[in-house]
Ligand binder design. Structure first.
Ligand code: ZN
Ligand code: ZN
Length: 169
């Protein structure tokens, strides 16, 4: 969804329908569930403010299973016209909440994708109490309760398992 900055009205523009950005993400497995964004001009800058919610497949850091992570992001971004020369780039270039728009066109999808990416969990967990993989048998403890749960990993067994993995066709 491209917004022509010079045509932004005084009262700005409100986008609340995720379908207006369909497909919102380059990766089709990501889903934009909801959004409420206010786009307004501030001099030559554009402010995008509001919230969005998305579902993004993530790999659990404990059990290594893939799961749909719910991402809720608060959006508060200032977009400045891309400077004509590189000399001007110092303007908040290191500030995550400052971005650029080019040639009077604001790509709202790009803003949504960037903000969603920034809001992804650093250490994704399929659930808060995920029991992870058993260090002894390698089983997923969420699915199979195993008898070895409390034992320390046996290095000889680990070596054998390593071998078994390598020999697997
Ligand atoms: Zn997990
Ligand atoms: Zn086990």
């Amino acid at each position: 969804m491209m917004i022509r900055v010079s045509e932004l009205e005084e009262q700005g523009l409100t986008v609340t329908d995720p379908r207006a950005l369909e497909p919102a993400f380059g990766d089709p497995s990501w889903r934009l569930e909801a959004l409420s964004l206010q786009i307004s001009a501030d001099g030559a800058d554009v402010l995008v403010q509001g919230r969005l919610a998305a579902t993004v497949p993530q790999t659990c850091g404990r059990c290594l299973e893939s799961f749909p992570a719910r991402v809720d992001a608060t959006v508060d971004v200032r977009l400045v016209p891309r400077p004509a020369t590189k000399d001007n780039v110092e303007l908040g270039a290191h500030d995550l909440d400052v971005d650029f728009y080019v040639d009077d066109l604001l790509d709202l999808k790009r803003v949504v994708e960037t903000e969603t990416t920034l809001a992804l969990p650093m250490k994704p967990l399929c659930r808060e109490d995920c029991r992870g993989l058993c260090p002894v048998c390698g089983g997923n403890r969420n699915l199979v309760p195993c008898a070895c749960a409390e034992r320390a990993p046996d290095p000889r067994l680990a070596a054998l398992r390593d071998l078994a993995t390598r020999l697997r066709p």
